[in-house]
Write a protein that binds this ligand. Sequence first.
Ligand code: SAH
Ligand code: MG
Length: 196
Amino acid sequence: MNKEELKKIKEKALEEHIPIIMDDTLEVVDGILNELKPKRILEIGTAVGYSAICFSEYLQEDGKIDTIERDEERIKEAKENIKKVEVEEKINILEGDAVEILPTLQGKYDMVFIDAAKGKYPFFLQQALRMLNKNGVILADNILYKGYVMSDYNKHKQRTAVRNLREYIAEVTNNPNLETQILEVGDGLAISKFIL
Ligand code: SAH
Ligand code: MG
């Protein structure tokens, strides 16, 4: 992995206000991946490939990441970035809307990283649960959404997103097969371990 290139990719994304994973969130995910040593990761929301590239370091030898993105320009840039850091063998971009792509996937994953449309988090969870390996983990980024999720503020124009993020939290918390932690790193990270 070319770290110099990775640094450039990160700086460019930040300059362009692309919502890439924040440093403190990444630190937590790194810790999880270090322990998990995953073979297969599913990511929902590639953007320009930054998080997928970071995660690819923790894959087992022949491990792979499937990552879904619907924005054509970002897909193009993600492909270039993945090439630059020389991890093309490890990252597979699935192009299109995750709502349509997810139900067509048949594989099993050790980790699912949810980082796309907030209004779809409950649906993404349902799909992640269907494909999660035993001892796998589901992560949901931006789960606290600037604090809106934990406040009684519900007149914001993003109220549908907030309602769905709250529903996500309720579902992972009430699911007896999951052990969930919500961390205040970055924009909030939900970590749900499949303990069945
Ligand atoms: N995981 C990235 C950041 C993702 S930002 C990183 O940390 O580096 C969220 C991305 O999800 C955006 O690029 C957006 O285009 C994409 N997205 C949002 N909803 C989507 C959907 N329903 N299907 C596919 N991609 C989606
Ligand atoms: Mg995010």
